[in-house]
Design a binder for this molecule. Structure first.
Ligand code: GLP
Length: 261
């Protein structure tokens, strides 16, 4: 794992955007794992700008989102399919048939989860998985006690997650209590992971996820097992990390980061 601390949220999102753009340019058929949440909105805004102003081309890319609420269809403004349409899919040249999210309205949810895993495998697996982090440390909706080898499945949401996401619902009582999410094992199978966290309210969980012991109580700690994971934070989200001097030295000196500095 490598940790990069940027001065503020905009700079952190910009670095994540640059990393994604470089991967898309290097491999026009990139299979991109996508995330939702407030943190990702600025990344999508910057990707749209790169598409419009610099011709960043998504025509050959395939995308797979981490998760979707059970019971919400694509036209429901609270569904993640709707979110993706608003923030990215509707604004870049991704072919609709190349964008994938689990179907939260499927009659047979277990079959839908298995189909989603097969669809990811059919395109050769995920090349780059973009990740946010929930306040309790979940990736996607891998709530506490998610098995570290879990695959796509239905998870019940914890009270912390319900409270965190309820403000996004016009009527919080209508927020689904379950979601389909890629499993921790599905995420760890991607060839590269890229996690973005910004703001002071993520500082405590980032310290645990990056420097704490690996535990299924905090699915983000599983990223310590991943061979190629980059965690990008702003100063606020990085303020509880211990080894910041080391992380800063690497970003300032390692050749891999030269063109991003
Ligand atoms: C939801 C999503 C997660 C995301 C989290 C953080 O729970 N399922 O994938 O990481 O929100 O959201 P935010 O960026 O709004 O803090």
């Amino acid at each position: 794992m490598e940790v990069i601390i940027r001065p503020d949220a905009a700079a952190a999102a910009q670095l994540v955007t640059q990393i994604i753009a470089r991967e898309v340019r290097a491999n026009p058929r990139l299979v991109l794992g996508l995330a939702t949440g407030r943190t990702m909105e600025s990344v999508y805004r910057m990707l749209v700008r790169l598409h419009r102003e610099e011709g960043l081309d998504f025509a050959g890319c395939r995308t797979f989102n981490l998760d979707e609420y059970v019971g919400l269809g694509p036209n429901d403004p609270h569904s993640y399919r709707y979110y993706m349409g608003q923030h990215l899919f509707g604004q870049v040249n991704l072919a609709p048939q190349h964008t994938h999210l689990p179907d939260g309205t499927a009659a047979d949810l277990a079959a839908e989860c298995a189909r989603y895993e097969r669809a990811i495998a059919a395109v050769g697996g995920l090349d780059l998985q973009l990740l946010g982090i929930g306040r309790a440390g979940h990736l996607g909706f891998n709530e506490p006690l998610s098995a570290l080898r879990s695959r796509t499945r239905v998870k019940a949401l914890t009270p912390v997650t319900l409270a965190q996401n309820a403000p996004l619902f016009a009527d919080p009582a209508r927020m689904p209590r379950r979601a389909i999410t890629m499993g921790v094992g599905t995420i760890l199978d991607s060839r590269r992971c890229l996690l973005l966290a910004t703001g002071e309210e993520k500082a405590a969980i980032i310290a645990k996820a990056v420097e704490g012991p690996i535990t299924s109580m905090i699915s983000a700690t599983s990223l310590q097992l991943h061979p190629r994971c980059t965690v990008v934070v702003d100063e606020a989200a990085g303020q509880r990390l211990q080894e910041t001097e080391y992380y800063r030295w690497i970003f300032a000196n390692e050749p891999e980061w030269e063109s991003f500095r």
